[in-house]
Write a protein that binds this ligand. Structure first.
Ligand code: ATP
Ligand code: MG
Length: 235
């Protein structure tokens, strides 16, 4: 579904991504792991068109997208949940969710996807009229995911959903993400520093170090890999 080939991203003199190639097959969860500054967010932001590559190609469903404006990429079916959530805290939960559907004109479909979002995240339904500032960190992360779902993506890009959340909450969010993947067939590229949890729900994984892929394989292989365990899993 997604093919990234020899991707390079630079911020002036800073080379953030140095030749990353990766594939996300339809229906799978692929994890992108690595420490702070490894280039995970830069890779995601370049896929969603918020950042231009200095070299390399990105293909989505057989079409080059590395030169297409971000808004058009959303319409093509790629939706990103940014690092740090970036929800609009002055707006209500409902207003945030409706903003996720801003490129859509199919009223009935939007209504259906709102109901679907409330099914996966009941707390968002209960609090639909409240300002998002009143939500807990975990609930705000759920809102960020719900907002991305409202764009009706076929590929969801998730940037560190576990950031700053208690382990139990992270587990709950990952359980829901896995359910959405299995029940809706939604393809997911998941960026995480919490390799342990990510490898529990992912099918495939890539490990990045200073802008390059240093390891790749099935989640099962990586869980059993001594170097990965030592460096990223902490046991
Ligand atoms: N807007 C920017 N301007 C300049 N340098 C940047 C910018 N964004 C990222 N970088 C640099 O690019 C490199 C990769 O950053 P990136 O945010 O992609 O890493 P990351 O893997 O997402 O890290 P983290 O886990 O901390 O979110 C880092 O050296 C970072 O300092
Ligand atoms: Mg990041």
């Amino acid at each position: 579904m997604l093919n990234v080939s020899d991707l390079h991203v630079a911020y002036g003199p800073v080379l953030a991504v140095r030749g990353i190639s990766l594939t996300v097959p339809k229906g799978q969860i692929v994890a992108l792991l690595g420490a702070n500054g490894a280039g995970k967010s830069s890779t995601l932001r370049t896929i969603s068109g918020l950042q231009r590559p200095t070299h390399g190609t990105i293909e989505f469903e057989g079409r080059r997208i590395d030169n297409i404006p971000a808004e058009r990429i959303v319409q093509m079916g790629i939706s990103q949940v940014p690092e740090g959530r970036q929800i609009f805290t002055d707006l209500t939960v409902m207003e945030n969710l409706r903003l996720g559907a801003y490129t859509r004109r199919d009223g009935a479909g939007i209504k259906r996807d709102l109901d679907r979002t409330f099914t996966y995240f009941p707390v968002l339904g209960e609090r639909r009229g409240q300002t998002a500032a009143l939500l807990s960190g975990g609930e705000q992360q759920m809102l960020a995911i719900g907002r991305a779902l409202m764009a009706k993506p076929s590929l969801l890009l998730l940037d560190e959903p576990s950031l700053g959340l208690a382990p139990m909450l992270v587990r709950e969010i990952f359980r829901i993400v896995k359910a959405i993947n299995e029940e809706e067939g939604l393809t997911i590229l998941l960026v995480e520093q919490n390799a342990n949890l990510a490898l529990e729900i992912a099918n495939e994984a890539y490990v990045l170090e200073t802008g390059q892929v240093v390891l790749e394989g099935s989640a099962e292989e990586l869980r059993g890999n001594e170097a990965v365990r030592r460096s990223y899993l902490g046991y």
